[in-house]
Write a protein of this length. Structure first.
Length: 61
């Protein structure tokens, strides 16, 4: 997987954020501090809706 970190990653080594990897029909998310631990997977449409909500400043449940 091709992992990438947010450009808003915390200072220092940039290791205090999540990383995402785009797959064919889903998005993988992992903690950059412990990448060997569990990876979460979301449908691309659900992840996109979440990101859009965050950008608009809406709360999500």
């Amino acid at each position: 997987m091709n992992w990438r970190k947010s450009t808003y990653s915390d200072g220092g080594d940039g290791d205090t954020c999540v990383e995402i990897a785009a797959l064919a029909a889903r998005i993988a998310v992992r903690d950059s501090k412990v990448p060997a631990r569990a990876t979460l997977f979301f449908r691309t449409s659900a992840f996109t809706a979440f990101i859009d909500s965050v950008k608009q400043g809406r709360k999500t449940s």
